[in-house]
Write a protein that binds this ligand. Structure first.
Ligand SMILES: [Zn+2]
Length: 446
């Protein structure tokens, strides 16, 4: 009995101590204090914990007046105001007309051509930005890793197709020696030489190229196939016309679904996802020779690509850098290759890299040739309405083709949608490159 009483006593004591601790913690100066120290001046919510207060004090920061959600809201509003200010400045200098979306007119739908870009899908709530593509790939995916590490761009996803033109040659070749080492590849003359090791090493070195040329198109197709329309969304119902013609740069059929535009009036210029036999055109429109020349000239005089290098002990030696050997060495037979195997590995890798460049170039020319009759048939178009198209340099050849075949290209009236300050800058450049008279242009915001 004594034991039980003792135990009950201990529990009671413990319980009392807990209550006491609670009282001491929360009831200072008589009143019950909240867990939070401040009240938001906008929404009245209580916020700011002891911990946050300590943090602010330790950093010498002034205490906030608003809760986190209200501060975020104010920041977004501020950013929006900045963008609007920038826009006002930009818009006030434009030499062409600005109209409202409701003011877009088609004097004759039969002689109107619509040019539809990715912004069209986005404005219908379709998650078709390349950031969405990135997110569907997932964080820890080898394709994403490869894209983000081997493509030379600060933000590869912002201008994805364009950036595919910048596979990092140095990084790719830099891996050759590592791989030969990893696989313990010996020289051919060595007794333990294994051709399998050699090929495994070489394959690993060029694996980013394989991933970009094989995994990327597959993943991309899967993502495009998965894009879903919201058939009820029709913000352009007063503009689009069934009798007009459409060049659709998207791979998706939402013009048909949302607006019942007849399929025969639409040219899916980069492929129609419903057609399983056709490869979707993905990539950049750069001239790969030009991109190469640019890279070559920017790099050829770098110290690490000189024929002779100075070692740690001050002695000179013939450059053995794989990038130097693969790209800058004049006489192939006279390089510091170290072994026949390394020679093969470096040269094969160079070949794979350059093949990648060839294959990643959007087949703009092929598209133009295939659709020559179509472009000729646009000779009588009087109005062009561009919706959600970024008018990037890579797509200039298509617009040039339209203008080239036109009976009176100076007479075409252009109505072009824009969404951001960047769009306006691109429109301005586009119009001046295409020599389109300002008086023929009106822009509208979507
Ligand atoms: Zn608040």
């Amino acid at each position: 009995m004594i034991g039980v009483t003792w135990l009950a006593g201990m529990i009671a004591l413990n319980y009392t101590a807990n209550i006491l601790a609670f009282v001491i913690k929360y009831c200072r100066g008589g009143g019950v204090m909240s867990k939070y120290l401040l009240k938001c001046m906008d929404c009245g919510a209580e916020f700011f914990t002891e911990g946050e207060k300590d943090f602010y004090e330790s950093k010498g920061l002034t205490m906030p007046k608003r809760c986190k959600p209200c501060r975020d809201k104010r920041r977004r509003l501020f950013e929006q105001i900045q963008v609007e200010k920038e826009l006002e400045g930009l818009l006030s200098t434009l030499p062409f007309k600005r109209i409202k979306m409701a003011e877009v007119t088609l004097p004759n739908p039969d002689t109107t051509l619509f040019i539809i870009g990715n912004g069209f899908d986005l404005m219908h709530g379709i998650s078709s930005s390349y950031y969405n593509f990135r997110d569907t790939i997932g964080k820890n995916n080898i394709l994403r890793f490869t894209l983000e590490s081997y493509i030379r761009a600060d933000d590869i996803w912002g201008d994805f197709e364009n950036n595919l033109a910048y596979l990092d040659r140095e990084m790719m070749l830099g891996t050759v020696d590592d791989r030969l080492g990893d696989f313990g590849v010996l020289d051919e003359d060595d007794d333990d030489f294994s051709a399998a090791d050699f090929f495994a090493a070489q394959e690993t070195a060029v694996s980013p190229v394989f991933i970009l040329t094989q995994d990327l198109p597959q993943r991309f197709r899967g993502w495009i196939d998965g894009l879903k329309a919201n058939g009820c969304s029709k913000p352009l119902k007063d503009i689009l016309n069934h009798n007009s013609r459409y060049i659709n740069f998207n791979y998706t059929e939402f013009l048909e679904i949302n607006y019942e535009i007849p399929q025969e009036n639409i040219l899916y210029i980069h492929g129609d996802r419903r057609n399983r036999n056709v490869e979707l055109v993905l990539g950049h429109g750069h001239d790969t020779d030009e991109v190469f020349e640019e890279w070559y000239h920017a790099n050829k005089n770098r110290k690490e690509f000189k024929p002779r290098l100075r070692g740690r002990k001050g002695r000179y030696y013939n450059n053995d850098n794989p990038v130097y050997l693969g790209y800058f060495l004049n006489d192939d037979t006279n390089g510091n290759w170290k072994s026949q195997m390394r020679y093969d590995a470096i040269n094969n890798t160079v070949r794979m890299i350059e093949e990648y460049y060839e294959n990643s170039a959007k087949k703009t020319n092929d598209v133009l040739v295939t659709n020559q009759q179509y472009f000729k048939s646009l000779e009588g178009i009087k109005d062009i309405v561009v919706i959600g198209h970024s008018l990037s340099v890579v797509d200039y050849p298509y617009f040039k083709e339209i203008i080239k075949y036109h009976r009176n290209s100076n007479g075409i009236k252009w109505q072009i949608s824009w969404h951001s300050p960047d769009d306006i800058r691109r429109i301005t450049t586009f119009l001046s490159v295409m020599k389109i008279p300002n008086k023929n242009v009106a822009i509208f915001r979507t």
